[in-house]
Design a protein around this ligand. Structure first.
Ligand code: M6R
Length: 366
């Protein structure tokens, strides 16, 4: 069942080009972003939407945080994202014109299910679930559904579910933009093209594995690590820190890089490795100055960059470069190296990668 792989997590990381290709198959088949991708009656629901409320837990929540950047930038609709266990227990001011999007790999996460029930009790009837398990509880309780087609995910650490959730959410952002009259045919063609090329770009990122193994060996003896990103890559930093702590038990925290000097910079010394997600986007110059702040305190930098990022390795600065900058879908590609880093650090530490201590694959209790 594992084929050439040592663990399900490693296998599932490597399945991502195929999982993404399968998940976007319907979009490619339609050669357009059409509401029917989300269900037969989705047109009438999505057309009336005035905002988006995303609800999820864990890695699925980080997919939601990434989607907020896309939804607001591409569709112009306001979007908020909340952890399900928080949403379900607070007095929410509901706006039933919002689309409530729940994201769940398993479709059985109790907090997400209860948050969805609570949203419905507040009058939300425009509900969409993004889910990897057909006919599970959460999609059954939702009006619309987009199934990610990652295939069974067995490792407790979510990997291929995350990147397929991202492409489903990107598809949602562009579809909403089209219904809002904000998508020119040229932009639609560009987004289709970006999605079509994505499995190839993800494969290129997977090919960086030998370099990442080198980094993981340096990480294995560490007690702590910091992950930094900005903008749409900040949630990828969060996801990288979650992956590392979950399977290697190295304490890791993620910050939006601009927050460094508001506190976490105090932690930085030569014992603190700092992972930076630094593709070439409009925030790159700002990220570079954040990196200098780390270097000035002796922190060792491990930078995931891309071909256009225009900096190389130097003393205390290690750079791994993805072969090309993939534009708006860059967070999907940058999820790969942080997954591989966590996997290989865990391997070097000898932890039970597929079944980390204290955790269950599907959290069906509170
Ligand atoms: O099945 P779900 O997507 O609802 O699960 C949510 C979280 O429990 C899950 O993503 C968890 O954080 C993973 N173990 C992270 O790798």
């Amino acid at each position: 069942e594992l084929g050439p792989y040592r663990h399900f997590m490693q296998k599932e990381i490597h399945e991502q080009p195929r999982a993404i290709a399968d998940t976007i198959e319907a979009v490619m088949g339609a050669n357009a972003f059409v509401p029917e991708l989300f269900g037969a009656s989705a047109g009438e629901v999505l057309r009336e939407v005035e905002g988006v409320q995303i609800i999820a837990c864990g890695t699925s929540y980080y997919a939601g945080l990434t989607a907020r950047y896309w939804i607001e930038a591409i569709s112009g609709l306001p979007c908020s994202v909340e952890i399900a266990s928080e949403y379900r227990y607070r007095k929410v001011v509901a706006n039933p014109k919002q689309l409530v999007v729940t994201i769940s790999q398993s479709g059985e996460t109790l907090d997400t299910m209860e948050a969805l029930k609570y949203a419905k009790s507040l009058g939300h009837d425009k509900t969409l679930s993004i889910c990897n398990v057909p006919e599970s509880a959460i999609p059954r309780a939702s009006r619309l559904v987009y199934y990610t087609r990652a295939g069974a995910e067995i490792g407790v650490a979510s990997t291929k579910a995350f990147t397929t959730q991202l492409v489903a959410l990107f598809t949602l952002a562009v579809t909403l933009a089209k219904l809002q009259g904000r998508l020119s045919p040229e932009h639609e063609a560009e987004h289709l093209d970006a999605l079509r090329r994505l499995p190839g770009s993800v494969q290129h990122a997977l090919n960086l594995e030998p370099q990442i193994i080198g980094w993981a060996e340096r990480f294995a003896p560490k007690q702590h690590a910091l992950f930094l990103g900005r903008g749409v890559h900040y949630p990828i930093a969060l996801e990288g820190a979650l992956k590392l702590k979950e399977i290697s038990y190295i304490h890791a925290e993620a910050y939006p890089a601009g927050e460094l000097k508001h506190g976490p910079l105090a932690l930085v010394d030569s014992a603190m490795p700092v992972v930076v997600i630094a593709p070439n986007d409009s925030l790159l110059e700002k990220v570079k100055s954040n990196m200098q702040e780390v270097r000035a305190r002796g922190g060792e930098l491990f930078v995931f960059a891309d071909d256009d990022s225009q900096f190389g390795s130097s003393d205390g600065v290690h750079v791994i470069r993805a072969p090309r900058h993939v534009g708006v879908l860059s967070p999907v590609v940058h999820a790969i190296p942080v997954q591989l880093l966590a996997y290989h650090a865990a391997l070097a530490r000898g932890t039970d990668v597929d079944k980390p201590r204290n955790l269950a694959k599907s959290v069906t209790v509170e």
